[in-house]
Design a protein around this ligand. Structure first.
Ligand code: FAD
Ligand code: MG
Ligand code: MG
Length: 292
């Protein structure tokens, strides 16, 4: 099947966001707060970001690693792209064929995640720059972005799906320059105010494919040597599913997880609940083993 065009994907993502915003009954606290979070992210993109860095001329790139947070941001971003196009360029042809994105693929990641990135690259029409893995010494994130900017010098700003609950993120701002030690560019961080529960409520409602590794007890994905299923998701904890309404009444009516790769199939042992059973932001990274 031919990949959808960026125009049709953006329009579809716009419909997903609008559909979520129109939920009236039952307006659970999580849904109401998520609606407000979506509106703030849209406002940042449409009123603060796109008028300053055009989303149509290569000034903005999108940092994407297949994780749930950047996927949620990508869906909302694409929806805003559609709205911005409709408002400012209606009648003209949609100005982009692909969305510029960047994946720093240095650490050893889950094969399921690699495959998910590959399939969503087509689904969302990403022209995804993937940093070269075949180095004798892996590059650091700042070094990898330095190389990226050397290759794509028109890039002025990069969208990042970071949230306040992430490590060292509590003082970040939606728009800010990079720190010392990083190549100089703008970080666009319009997802900061999202809680873990908002991410899952929206993503499960969207019916979009979700990286399959989340279905077997993972709540946060680091590199393969430092990420285990989250102990708080052990089935013995008997956690409730908070998003049944979103799943049943959402855009597809089912949870749509990408298949587990052969390398990751041993995680399918039925001992852990899926990542979306976890509500508490502070427990999200409890499957991470500290690096020395
Ligand atoms: P995650 O939830 O894994 O990631 C948060 C978001 O970061 C993701 O949604 C995605 O948008 C992006 N991201 C994470 N990993 C990758 C990857 N491998 N490839 C592409 N995108 C990825 N830290 C500083 O201290 N100072 C800086 O100036 C700074 N600038 C940054 C600029 C960019 C464009 C990015 C992507 C990161 C930057 N960081 C910087 C690091 C950032 O603050 C996070 O520490 C980092 O993204 C890892 O996030 P996480 O693993 O904690 O959370
Ligand atoms: Mg995250
Ligand atoms: Mg990470």
């Amino acid at each position: 099947m031919a990949a959808p065009s960026l125009a049709s994907t953006s329009e579809r993502c716009h419909e997903i966001a609008q559909s979520y915003l129109q939920i009236e009954e039952p307006l659970s606290q999580i849904i109401r707060e998520t609606q407000n979070a979506i509106k703030l992210t849209q406002k940042l993109l449409l009123n603060e970001i796109f008028p300053r860095w055009s989303p149509f001329n290569g000034e903005i790139s999108f940092s994407y690693n297949g994780g749930k947070d950047c996927q949620v941001l990508l869906i909302i971003y694409l929806g805003c792209l559609w709205e911005y196009y409709k408002t400012n360029m209606n009648g003209q042809e949609f100005p982009l064929k692909t969305l510029k994105a960047v994946f720093i693929d240095q650490d050893k990641t889950f094969q399921t995640l690699e495959q998910f990135v590959e399939s969503t690259k087509k689904r969302y029409s990403l022209s995804l720059y993937e940093s070269d893995r075949n180095h004798t010494k892996a590059l650091s994130m700042p070094e990898a972005f330095h190389k990226y900017l050397g290759d794509q010098p028109e890039t002025k700003a990069i969208v990042v799906g970071i949230r306040y609950a992430d490590p060292f993120a509590q003082d970040l701002k939606p728009i800010q320059r990079t720190d010392d030690g990083w190549p100089d560019f703008l970080r666009l961080q319009p997802l900061l105010h999202w809680k873990l529960a908002y991410i899952w409520s929206f993503l499960l409602y969207s019916g979009e494919p979700i990286c399959g590794i989340y279905s077997v007890g993972f709540s946060s994905l680091g590199d393969i040597n430092h990420t285990l299923p989250n102990p708080y998701l052990a089935k013995t904890n008997d956690l409730p599913l908070r998003y049944q309404w979103e799943i049943t009444h959402g855009c597809e009516g089912v949870v749509n997880c990408s298949p587990l790769s052969s390398q990751d199939s041993h995680f399918q042992n039925n001992e852990y609940l899926p990542g979306w059973y976890l509500l508490d932001d502070s427990l999200e990274r409890c499957g991470r083993i500290k690096k020395n």
